[in-house]
Write a protein that binds this ligand. Structure first.
Ligand code: NAD
Ligand code: DAU
Length: 342
């Protein structure tokens, strides 16, 4: 039997890493190729549990290096691409936008050219709800697949640009594709620069938690395992050329998220420190996932069950995040925040 080859870009990062583990375990008959440059956000220690499995392969490469990517595609004859690789942190895009254009825009275009050249069966582009911009606080307003793209940060502008390239390659060259646009993820292996893992790791170390502005900005949280299942469904069942929004109706203010974590860990709210707001800080994100639900997807975690599982995972896997926060990350943290407390 001929095995299907699935190339997962960014499979050493948070969501891509969870997806690689999901796919390697669920599909022994697929060969999974994890292609990743191993930037600050990528690490392979998370894959110790699967690296001996016959259907797992790792390739270190830069998606924006055309020669390298073309050679890999021709050699491996990839059937499907699930494209996660990106610069993903909004705050970093505000201080250093250039790498976001290189990786997220040029990198995606290189992959599209390689996919077209060898004729892949489908290109699944993992995008974000941030391409839609922001919503106001009216709880009845949601992002649908028809909401116009109005990205506000250099990160979301680079993701929107990549979405438009994927769309154009479908319209112009007939490249089979889907685009997914998910809300905020959380769960195991979330890099501790993002709100939830940053809060858990700092609260566990009795350190101040920086909350931007008044803490009333709203995000719509989805457990990463539910996102992986959504991408799997879109890969297999998504209608060619279609966009699917992914979200589970779990809207929380940032302050509510931080308070929940502090309470679960039995610590004091004195750890909260309100700091200068993020530039261009989007007020609210909220997803209408009806189209994906019609395809057969439903989330398995509520915010309460998901955050409990995630906090327990960070308690059980301290060595993973402690090695990150004790390294280069320290310099990033010092540059990014000036906290009055510790
Ligand atoms: P991440 O930052 O944790 O991981 C990104 C991965 O991409 C890392 O392993 C990194 O080494 C790799 N990478 C970066 N530049 C590369 C390059 N030039 N070549 C090859 N690999 C490279 O990101 P994440 O949070 O897991 O997000 C994954 C994708 O999902 C991104 O495209 C992001 O836009 C999208 N997304 C994220 C969220 C979220 O809440 N984190 C929500 C919706 C969509
Ligand atoms: O909506 C999907 C997006 O979610 C993804 O596309 C991005 O890749 C991902 O990083 C995430 O973006 P956010 O900017 O929403 O996530 P972040 O964890 O950085 O911030 C969540 C909220 O918390 C946001 O309103 C800013 C606030 N925040 C964040 C940090 C890091 C704080 O108040 N303090 C902090 O220290």
């Amino acid at each position: 039997m001929i095995k299907q080859k699935i190339l997962v870009t960014g499979g050493a990062g948070f969501i891509g890493g969870n997806f690689v583990q999901y796919a390697v375990n669920k599909y022994p008959n697929y060969d999974i190729y994890n292609l990743d440059l191993l930037t600050y956000a990528g690490d392979l220690t998370k894959h110790r549990v699967i690296e001996q499995q016959e259907n797992y392969n790792f390739i270190k490469a830069d998606i924006s290096n055309r020669e390298e990517i073309m050679a890999i595609f021709k050699k491996e004859k990839i059937d499907y691409i699930v494209h996660f690789a990106a610069e993903s942190h909004v705050d970093r895009s505000i201080t250093d936008p250039e790498i976001f254009v290189r990786t997220n825009v040029i990198g995606t275009q290189v992959l599209l050219d390689a996919a077209r050249e060898i004729g892949v069966k489908k290109f699944v582009h993992v995008s974000t709800d941030e391409v839609y911009g922001e919503l106001d606080f009216d709880p009845s307003s949601f992002f649908t697949e028809e909401t116009p793209l109005q990205p506000n940060s250099p990160y979301s502008a680079s993701k929107a640009s990549s979405d438009l390239l994927v769309r154009a390659y479908h319209e112009t060259y007939g490249l089979p594709m889907n685009i997914t646009r998910c809300s905020n993820n959380y769960g195991p292996y979330h890099f501790p620069e993002k709100l939830i893992p940053l809060t858990i790791s700092r609260v566990l170390n009795d350190q101040k938690v920086p909350v931007y502005g008044d803490g009333n900005n709203i995000r719509d949280w989805l457990h990463v395992y539910d996102h992986c299942a959504a991408i799997d469904l879109v890969l297999h069942e998504g209608e060619n050329g279609h966009v699917y929004n992914v979200g589970g109706h779990n809207e929380k203010t940032n302050l509510e998220v931080v308070q929940t974590i502090i309470k679960t860990l039995g610590k004091s709210e004195d750890l909260i420190e309100f700091v200068k707001d993020r530039l261009g800080h989007d007020k609210r994100y909220a997803i209408d996932p009806t189209k994906l639900e019609r395809l057969g997807w439903a989330p398995t975690y509520t915010f309460d069950t998901g955050i409990a599982q995630t906090i327990q995972w960070y308690l059980d896997n301290k060595e993973w995040w402690e090695q990150i926060i004790s390294g280069e990350y320290k310099n990033y943290f010092e540059k990014q925040y000036t906290l009055k407390g510790n």
